[in-house]
Design a protein around this ligand. Structure first.
Ligand SMILES: [Zn+2]
Length: 407
């Protein structure tokens, strides 16, 4: 086959390639098959390519976004009770339809890969596989199946309960047998589940280590949900690939950063997932300021501690936790803008967190940057998001593996 014949040339005003370097002016991206063949500055003469050409005046080309923590089965309603009730009440068919719709909504906003951190039964895996087989459009999905949790613990209503060491091992092995892409454990309680306690560890260090070890033996990474510092030493000792939320809270209204622990995370190249979900978007959702609950009251303390962690050099992704309250999957752009306001990160740092770093965090080295040989996952947004992150809400086109998904 003549490779020229199926080449696609994409041009725009500028391109940001995910490696952290400067923005290219008047770039041309050449896609052959599902890969990026070349990224060049300046326009190629028309005679150099007989393939499709498409120009996006006024726009910026970026790598496809990667949201490393979402919940496809959840509905992002205003209260936790409503979301839990929805998950428990809906039939598998309804949950499957909801999850598929969520995945497709994410794709339209530029998310070409997402990692689902907790579903019910085999729902998320079914979505993943239908997309993978090409039966339906959607982003690439990584699934943990369900998160491992304790009786009445955080997200017990997703159905994967394990209390003893034996049960923990069995739960991890079962998820791998059911073709999970990674393992997820609820290392502490969570805000969402009233019967759990975010200030308490749900598992001892031995249980935490057995999950991460079982994952590693099968070549899978593991993620730990941590909403207070009590569980962090065990999660660091077990070397979980990603630490979700990574909250340094030690008392109801006290946070305490521990540099020694953070240095060990850096030495092991662990990556934290900073959560910019609904409640963290207070700067853009004024109604949140009036919600008088702990997680909102504590935001200043939380962000101050996260800033200390970032200043020390801990690597991070930024995720949405989409599906939780007031956090619809199609507003990742608000989460990115909230990270700029609350954590004083630059657009360049924020975009790296949701492209190159995210790909590395979840073990997908074939994507995350727009460089020769990578999979052609790219988006086109109106304007210049390096100057104004609000442009991330104006997605004009989405390509996944060399195929236009939105154009
Ligand atoms: Zn979550």
């Amino acid at each position: 086959m003549n490779p020229e014949a199926n080449a696609i040339l994409i041009t725009a005003d500028r391109l940001w390639d995910g490696t952290g370097g400067a923005t290219l002016v008047r770039p041309t991206v050449r896609v052959v098959g599902e890969r990026i063949d070349a990224v060049e500055c300046g326009l190629l003469p028309p005679s150099s390519c007989s393939g499709d050409r498409i120009d996006f005046p006024g726009c910026t080309i970026l790598p496809g976004l990667i949201d490393t923590h979402v919940h496809l089965v959840m509905s992002a309603q205003a209260t936790n009770e409503a979301i839990i009730d929805q998950v428990l009440r809906e039939s598998d068919e309804q949950l499957l339809a909801r999850s598929l719709a969520n995945a497709q909504a994410a794709l339209r906003t530029g998310i070409t890969t997402l990692r689902d951190c907790g579903g019910k039964g085999t729902i998320v895996r079914q979505v993943r596989d239908r997309i993978r087989r090409g039966e339906v459009a959607g982003p690439d999905v990584l699934s943990c199946g369900s998160p491992i949790t304790t009786t009445r613990g955080h997200c017990w209503w997703l159905g994967l309960i394990a209390d003893t060491h034996d049960q923990v091992r069995q739960a991890a092995e079962r998820m791998l047998r059911e073709d999970a892409d990674f393992l997820k454990v609820m290392a502490t309680g969570g805000n969402m589940t009233a019967s759990s306690d975010p200030m308490r560890a749900q598992y001892d260090p031995e249980a935490l280590k057995s999950i991460a070890d079982i994952g590693r033996q099968s070549g899978k990474h593991s993620a730990a949900h941590v909403l207070s510092r009590v569980a962090l030493p065990g999660v660091v000792a077990a070397n979980y690939r990603t630490i979700e939320h990574c909250d340094w809270r030690v008392e109801e209204f006290r946070y305490e950063f521990q540099p020694d622990l953070a240095r060990r995370m850096i030495d092991q190249d662990q990556i934290v997932g900073l959560t910019m979900s609904g409640l963290a978007r207070r700067a853009f959702l004024p109604e949140i300021k009036h919600i008088n609950i702990g997680p909102v009251q504590r935001l200043d303390m939380r962000f101050a501690c996260e800033r200390l962690m970032l200043d020390l050099g801990v690597r991070y992704t930024i995720h949405s936790d989409a599906g939780v309250r007031l956090c619809p999957i199609d507003r990742f752009d608000l989460g990115l803008q909230a990270a700029q306001v609350e954590l004083k990160l630059t657009p360049n740092e924020i975009l790296r967190a949701v492209t190159a770093t995210a790909a590395e965090a979840i073990g997908l080295p074939d994507r995350g940057t727009l460089t020769t040989g990578k999979r052609a996952d790219l988006i086109v947004v109106d304007g210049d998001p390096l100057k104004d992150l609000a442009c991330m809400g104006k997605v004009r086109a989405v390509m996944k593996a060399g195929q236009w998904q939105v154009k």
